[in-house]
Ligand binder design. Structure first.
Ligand code: NI
Length: 173
């Protein structure tokens, strides 16, 4: 397995609508493994294909808590079929905007239809932490970043903060 480079905001690919996956071949399986490894090493709880420079409708996530056994999900061509009425607010971050965190409100449970690693179509209800992550990653497939859910003012403040962080990371004044 190989660790992949994670693309950072504001790279244009993060704003594209990703294309569906047509078939699961050996390259796809390797990609899924590499994405999971990259996510774990980052470390993160979810990673979408556009974040590694591939505009495909694929994401991986692991919503398990530290004390629980790992439960990786490999999600291809997802659709959100239903959204619960109740909302959940959670402080989100993103591997494509390291160092930036903000509270985002999203439905607390969703019904997602997707194709798994074995090519089987599944429908799962995701709740709580899993629902938050699944929706954050699903957004990436449509060119949406978590800060887009905030007010314009808050978003602009965070984008400016991120630009500053990046500059200081790259050693510029
Ligand atoms: Ni993200």
């Amino acid at each position: 397995m190989a660790k992949l480079d994670i693309i950072q905001f504001p790279e244009p690919i993060l704003r594209e609508t990703a294309a569906p996956v047509e078939q699961i071949d050996e390259d796809t399986l390797r990609l899924l493994d590499d994405m999971l490894e990259t996510m774990r090493e980052a470390p993160g709880v979810g990673l979408a294909a556009p974040q590694i420079g591939l505009s495909r409708r694929i994401f991986v996530m692991d919503p398990s808590r530290e004390e629980e056994d790992p439960t990786p999900y490999f999600i291809l061509n997802p659709e959100i079929l239903e959204r619960g009425d109740e909302l959940r607010v959670y402080e989100e971050g993103c591997l494509s905007m390291p160092g930036i965190y903000a509270e985002v409100s999203r439905p607390a449970c969703i019904l997602m239809r997707y194709v798994n690693r074995n090519g089987e179509q599944r429908e799962d209800w995701f709740e709580g932490h899993a629902a938050t992550i699944a929706q954050h990653e699903f957004d990436h497939l449509n060119g949406v970043m978590f800060v887009d859910h905030l007010s314009r003012l808050k978003r602009d403040v965070l984008v400016r903060k991120f630009r500053k962080l990046r500059k200081s990371d790259s050693g510029e004044a």
